[in-house]
Structure formats: C-alpha cells, structure tokens
Design a protein around this ligand. Sequence first.
Ligand code: ZN
Length: 150
Amino acid sequence: MRKGSVLSLVQELRSGRRFLCSLDHNSEIVASIAALAKALGVETGAVSAIGALQRAEIGYYDQVSHEYKTIEIDHPVEIASLAGNVSIRDAVPFLHAHATLADSEGNLLGGHLQSGTVFAAEVYLRELVGRPLVRRHDPTTDLYLWSETD
Ligand code: ZN
C-alpha cells in the first residue's frame, strides 16, 4: 500500500513453529529473546512473556526530540505483560518489545522495553512464515520501522 491509504504496509504471513522457552536467571531479556529467535531461525514472529525482572530500563520515545527518555527501574518487578515482535534489522532478527511491569504494591510502569535482568521469564515465541519483515530507518519518525522490501 502507498501513501494516502489508511495502511502503510500490509504483509500476509502464515503461522509457523511455536516455542515456549524459559530464560536463564541473570540474563538480559531483550538480547536473550533476540538470540533465541536467531538460534531458532525465526526471522519474523510474535512474542509474549511473563515472569519477573530484577531491574529494568523502560523507554519513552519523545515524538518531538526523536530521542528515548529512559526510565530506570532499580528494584524487582513482575512482568505483568510483555508483547513484542521479531523482524529483521541490519540482517539479523531484532526484538521490539513493550512491557508492563508491576512493583510490590501492584503499581504499573510500562513502555518500550530497553533492557531487563531476568529473575525468571517464560517466553512464547510464534514464528510467522513468508517474506520476512525488514526494518529500515524512517525519516519521519526517526525510528526503524517495517518497510517495503522491494
Ligand atoms: Zn517501542
């Protein structure tokens, strides 16, 4: 689809393999899920996870300055929800994930998951098969977004 339409990109993919994975204690969650996708040969997919982190960094993208503000979470939190996807950036599987994290009082913080140290984490990775989705720099947002591969 082209400029002027409601959708900038639509790509039909088929369901592929599905994996349930437990991440190692003390591993870094974003790098671990990306490494998992690479090791399993998943180029495009959907990710969800629950578990707990010992600490985390959440990003908030400032739409004016085009920079991430980092919110440091220096205490243990539950991963109340993690939703993300895997696609290709710079020729390797790249994880884009957002998380909702809960503290000991049940208060929630959330946003773009930049990093987190795993206490325990259970990941559900769903492979999507077809032409892989590829991220490229988008000058409008200054983000790496899915783009037409042609
Ligand atoms: Zn994000």
